[in-house]
Design a protein around this ligand. Structure first.
Ligand code: HEM
Length: 554
């Protein structure tokens, strides 16, 4: 080597040594944070490997237990399990933006509320839909009530009907996926254009199979963690993802666009809520009207008219479709699993099931002769009042406890520390100060809601912990439990569908437990492997539904 090059080599080696070793290990503000693994300050290899083998939550949860509630996962990444301050700031304060991790959730290559990066862009999209997801709308809209009563009373209960034997054994997970999807697709497109997966089982199987191929569990690591590398390798002829993934994504997008177009054609000029009750495409119609108003405000042309379905510029239509499909995905990935988990726990705890039934029967009269024993009987046409169900403490406790232990958001939903508004380098997370901009932060509801200091016997499903007069916990302990409850996230990017989800959970449980008792037949396919049930083809929970006798539960 020429001697003139030697100094340059020394400088490069020295700088590399400083940049890759001395700075991250000793000088970075993150160096004060305990390392989840000894490699963490140097490389992301350890945590990325855990993600690759689908052990991320277990690895991070283990690190919290050993090292404390804030741990360092990589040179520029930390995990936080500190409520309420730290997590509610990370998931709530402006500036904690999203990253390319969310690119996967952009449908039609177009961002929606969930996948927008910045707080500012998100506010605009979220504002469009907040009215129809508000609690008052969900609980009073005749359209929502009609959707729920159609799906529950005309489809779900008949599916449980055991005929003269009065008993039916079935895969509850499968049925509950259909319940969630039938409700949300009707909420998005109207009953007329939504799915009827409960009754059309083959159609449901085909849809779920396409869905799973478009969210391939064994390839999610590449899609979420390394989206750019994955794309680039694909372009270079080294595809990581199977061809079936691309076909399924296209299939799902085509399905959503077809539903959207046919539902849109039915929207009358007076407005989407003028359609027959239940047929109104609430989500699609609401976003569309908001977008049209926004475009009208921007447009100089007088031709702007909502009667013209081609009015929305193509990019707005893609945004509309992207949003609609995202809400369907959000339900597919959460609701059916949480609801099934609730039925599972109630089936494992007959005494709690009995208490719940007694409470429900104080406000809902037990149907004397209905679909529970005779599918041809005229079903009851109405559901209990939403506000009445909401006031039942035992029902509330059962749901809350189930959401605590299986809220089914098994992903890290990362955010980055802010770089704007003079915050550069001044971010504080728990006891750690001067956290630089652009640090990736992950938090898991799994760990938040299993903190033994907050929830006694945290891994035990015990609804009583939430009930005044029945709990062992003091008022102060209850206040803390409420503070740490994080099933729907927090801040402006928290779950927009929480009131709909709660309504579906309450009405679903009331419909079942005033008519049936449930019993576990086979739970070997339901989350027994320590991982989350994400609805793979082999996941199942077989329950037996036994119609109640006249004397039962009273
Ligand atoms: C048990 C049921 C559900 C659970 C546990 C749940 C949980 C969550 C959580 C934790 C988030 C926040 C993610 C983050 O911080 O990045 C979220 C976001 C979201 N959820 Fe839910 N969810 C449920 C049901 C629903 C339902 C029924 C809908 C819609 C109809 C829905 C629609 C959404 C949407 C659109 C977002 C993104 C919101 C935004 O970015 O503004 N979810 N959900």
């Amino acid at each position: 080597m020429s001697t003139t090059l030697l100094p340059a080599v020394f400088v490069i080696v020295g700088l590399s040594f400083f940049y890759f070793l001395i700075y991250p290990v000793l000088l970075s503000p993150l160096a004060k944070i305990p390392n989840a693994h000894f490699l963490s300050p140097l490389t992301t290899l350890w945590i990325q490997w855990k993600r690759y083998v689908q052990q991320e939550i277990q690895a991070v949860d283990g690190a919290y237990r050993e090292k404390g509630l804030v741990v360092r996962l990589g040179p520029n990444e930390i995990a936080v399990n500190l409520m309420p301050g730290a997590i509610k700031t990370i998931h709530g304060a402006p500036g904690y933006d999203k990253t390319e991790w969310y690119d996967f959730y952009a449908n039609f290559d177009t961002r929606n509320a969930f996948s927008t990066y910045s707080f500012e862009d998100h506010v605009v999209i979220r504002r469009r839909v907040s009215r129809i997801y508000s609690k008052s709308f969900i609980q009073t809209s005749p359209h929502v009530q009609k959707i729920l009563s159609t799906v529950l009373l005309d489809r779900y209960l008949p599916a449980l009907s055991g005929g003269p034997q009065r008993t039916r054994t079935l895969n509850a997970l499968d049925l509950n996926f259909s319940y969630g999807l039938d409700v949300i697709t009707a909420f998005v497109f109207g009953l007329k254009h939504g799915s009827n997966f409960i009754e059309n089982i083959d159609e449901k199987r085909a849809w779920l199979s396409v869905y799973l191929k478009s969210h391939p569990p064994n390839h999610m690591f590449w899609l979420l963690e390394l989206p750019n590398l994955t794309k680039w390798l694909g372009r270079c002829g080294l595809p990581i993802l199977p061809q079936s993934y691309y076909e399924a994504r296209k299939g799902l997008a085509d399905w959503a666009m077809k539903c959207l177009t046919t539902a849109e054609e039915d929207i009358p000029s007076q407005g989407f809520e003028e359609l027959p009750i239940g047929d109104s495409p609430l989500l699609l119609g609401q976003i569309r009207e908001e977008m049209i108003a926004e475009e009208k405000a921007k447009s100089t042309s007088e031709k702007v008219s909502k009667e013209d379905p081609t009015f929305l510029r193509s990019e707005s239509r893609l945004q509309l479709a992207s949003e609609c499909l995202d809400h369907i995905r959000a339900v597919r990935d959460t609701f059916g699993i949480t609801y099934t988990y609730t039925l599972y726990q109630l089936s494992l705890h007959p005494e709690i099931q009995h208490k719940l039934r007694q409470e429900l029967l104080t406000v809902v009269s037990k149907p004397k002769h209905d679909v529970a024993c005779d599918a041809s009987a005229t079903p009851l046409r109405t559901l209990p009042q939403p506000s009445t169900l909401e006031s039942l403490p035992y029902l509330h406790a059962v749901i809350k406890e189930s959401l605590r232990l299986r809220n089914t958001f098994p992903t890290s939903n990362p955010r980055i520390t802010p770089s704007k508004n003079g915050n550069r380098g001044n971010t504080e997370i728990g006891p750690y100060k001067n956290i630089p901009a652009g640090v990736r932060v992950v938090c898991f509801a799994y760990s938040v809601q299993r903190n033994e200091e907050i929830y006694k016997e945290a891994t035990v499903w015990r609804p009583e912990r939430w009930i005044a007069g029945e709990r062992k916990e003091s008022k102060e302990e209850l206040r803390k439990m409420e503070q740490w409850f994080w099933a729907f996230g927090s801040g402006s990017r928290s779950c927009i569908g929480r009131h709909l989800a709660m309504e579906m959970l309450r009405q679903g449980l009331a419909a079942i437990y005033t008519r049936y008792s449930t019993h576990v037949v086979d739970d070997s396919g339901f989350g027994q492997n320590g991982n989350f049930v994400t609805g793979g083809t082999s996941d199942s929970l077989t329950l037996r539904f036994e119609a109640l006798e006249e004397k039962d539960g009273n």
